[in-house]
Design a protein around this ligand. Structure first.
Ligand code: ATP
Length: 136
């Protein structure tokens, strides 16, 4: 049996996940990484995206906002602004956020607002994708 390691995902609101897992796949600013128990120690920023977790032969997918990952000897920690399981994602809220952001981007106002709208759009599209892809 593949050996396990501890994965902890923490947001400002809660400990989203804290369990023994077999594998984690996550996009980092340095590229996609697949983590197993013997992975080299590392730390990197993570962009808005998803985390795929293999646990007891099952694949779980969750959306994450931007944050940070630290891979230690026997524990991997992800600290992120927000994380949701597919069932926790409110599709209407995500759709409304998407439309709001798209409208702001069409208006082409000052740069700061454009960047904020791009981030909001990215978060909304990511939530819609995760809900549709990983919902059981
Ligand atoms: P909105 O514009 O709809 O508030 P947002 O992208 O600004 O979305 P965040 O700042 O990323 O929201 O998250 C704030 C909190 O709301 C977090 O706890 C996050 O998990 C939750 N959240 C955001 N969007 C959704 C959604 N569509 N469904 C469920 N929870 C959500």
């Amino acid at each position: 049996m593949a050996s396990k390691f501890r994965l902890e995902i923490v947001t400002p609101d809660r400990v989203f996940f804290d369990e023994e897992v077999t594998m984690v796949v996550v996009r980092t600013d340095d590229g996609d990484v697949g983590l197993m128990s013997d992975h080299i120690q590392m730390a990197s920023r993570i962009p808005i995206g998803r985390v795929k977790i293999k646990k007891d032969g099952e694949i779980l997918g969750a959306s994450v906002a931007s944050g940070f990952i630290k891979v230690g000897l026997d524990k991997t920690t992800i600290i992120t602004d927000a994380a949701e399981w597919p069932d926790e994602i409110d599709p209407e809220r995500a759709e409304a956020a998407k439309e709001r952001a798209e409208k702001r981007l069409q208006q082409k106002t000052e740069d700061v607002n454009t960047r904020r709208a791009e981030i909001a759009l990215n978060k909304a599209l990511n939530r819609i994708y995760v809900r549709e892809t990983f919902r059981k």
